[in-house]
Design a protein around this ligand. Structure first.
Ligand code: SF4
Ligand code: SF4
Length: 437
């Protein structure tokens, strides 16, 4: 099986070993040993939280470079709705779309339109599946991965509808080939312009289908200035828009939920807040809600680590975009529901089992609990693990030792010093003490 690709990686040379990142990781995937961070890939969900947290920019989200366009005869850009809000309002969506063409793309398909299709399909699906509520949005790949790794009991609640990115890619290639007779689908490269690392990972390791319809992912950061330069010299942008405000507002948290027919919805952003909501859902405390929109990034995609503009400035721009367009440009006709549904269903990723052999795993779990009892339970992070429990797990997995805990080490040094003093005769042994007392 091919190795799972991760967009988020460590630039070891930049890491100062400050441990800021270890406690922010929602899956406890980071350790700091010998002054350098390390990511346990099997646990990482590519949420990008450590990219945002690291003060030294040592965590990096890898994406493709524009050079990849040269591999295809024709190219299509899929701008995420977030891209529009990176620019001052004097640059309209039409400016951004036209500038993308000036960069070399042959065709543009707005992911905002894909989002509108997802809304229509979700409404239809939920009407027919009232027994599985609340459903959890599947639009953010980091959230899907979080469910797989940490909340497997909630996987049956995952909305089995493909992401706006995948649906847009499917429609984009088809539309382009239909408009250009003689063009073969294989000659066309489809590229998503992304606000986050999780989308890059989802393209390389698709969660809901065998092969992604997207051929590459470019970060918003990497195209931002190039587009700005084109827009500055643009006189008359093309009159080309595919989506209304309903699709565009998916850029920020609440946008997806607000577009649904049901308004008994809960929108949550920021990976730590999502974890808390999922814990409540596991405890059956949110059964009266129909739909949960969960975004790994604070603010939704506008807060993605690969964006340029400040989240709050971008959010204000999004609100003002509403004045520039109708809520719905063209109503969606759901005529191919099946093509929008998951082709494969994300499974539980067992990242906690301590051994492939069940008996050994139970023994190791027991040992892990014993070790945890010996630790101070302060979760101070000084050992390089995010919690005392995580350190106990690392010890059982032979990735750390008990003396990595500074409190255990200090006690051991004290005990050793005492033994030396007794040996040298500077101190009475405990036995002598007992006699004297
Ligand atoms: S936050 Fe993590 S990756 Fe960044 S310097 Fe500190 S330990 Fe290294
Ligand atoms: S990307 Fe997210 S899950 Fe992966 S190491 Fe960073 S904080 Fe942890």
């Amino acid at each position: 099986m091919a190795e799972y690709y991760h967009s988020v990686v460590l630039d070891e040379a930049l890491c100062m070993g400050c441990t800021n990142c270890i406690k922010r990781c929602p899956t406890e995937a980071i350790r700091v040993h010998n002054g350098k961070a390390r990511i346990f890939n099997e646990k990482c969900i590519d949420c990008g939280e450590c990219v945002r947290t690291c003060p030294y920019h040592a965590k990096v989200a890898q994406t493709d470079s524009l050079d990849i366009l040269a591999n295809y005869k024709y190219t299509i850009a899929l701008p995420a709705p977030t891209l529009y809000m990176q620019y001052d309002l004097k640059f309209t969506r039409q400016h951004v779309v036209t500038a993308l063409k000036m960069l070399g793309f042959d065709y543009i398909y707005e992911v905002a339109r894909g989002a509108e299709i997802v809304t229509a399909v979700t409404d239809r699906y939920m009407e027919a599946h009232q027994d599985g509520l609340p459903m959890i949005s599947s639009a953010c790949p980091a959230i899907v991965r979080l469910l797989q790794a940490r909340f497997p009991s909630l996987l049956p609640r995952l909305l089995p509808v493909k992401s706006p990115m995948e649906i847009s890619a499917m429609h984009a290639r088809r539309e382009f080939c239909a408009k250009n007779p003689g063009v073969e689908p294989g000659e066309v490269g489809v590229f998503f312009i992304s606000p986050c690392a999780a989308k890059m990972t989802a393209v390389r390791n698709p969660l809901e289908l065998e092969h992604s319809n997207v051929d590459g992912v470019l970060s918003i950061k990497s195209v931002y200035f190039k587009l700005l330069k084109q827009m500055a010299k643009l006189k008359a942008p093309e009159d080309f828009l595919q989506a209304g405000y309903q699709g565009v507002r998916w850029a920020s948290v609440g946008g997806e939920a607000m577009a649904l027919k049901t308004q008994n919805v809960l929108s949550v952003d920021g990976i730590q807040n999502v974890v808390r909501i999922f814990e409540q859902l596991e405890d059956d405390k949110l059964d009266d809600v129909d739909f949960i929109e969960a975004c790994a990034c604070t603010g939704g995609c506008l807060g993605g680590p690969l964006t340029v503009e400040n989240l709050y400035v971008a959010r204000n721009r999004q609100r003002r975009h509403k004045e520039l367009m109708p809520t719905v440009l063209e109503p969606v006709q759901v005529d191919e529901m099946q093509n929008c549904m998951f082709e494969i269903y994300p499974q539980h990723l067992d990242v906690t089992t301590l051994d492939a052999d069940r008996t050994e795993a139970i023994k190791k779990l027991r040992r892990m609990n014993e070790i945890c009892e010996e630790l101070p339970k302060l979760d101070c992070g000084a050992c390089g693990a995010p919690s005392c429990r995580a350190l106990s797990e690392d010890i059982v997995r032979e990735k750390a030792s008990l003396t990595d805990c500074v409190f255990v080490l200090r006690q051991k040094v004290r005990d050793l010093a005492r033994e030396m003093m007794i040996l040298e005769g500077f101190m009475p042994s405990d036995g002598q003490n007992d006699k004297e007392n």
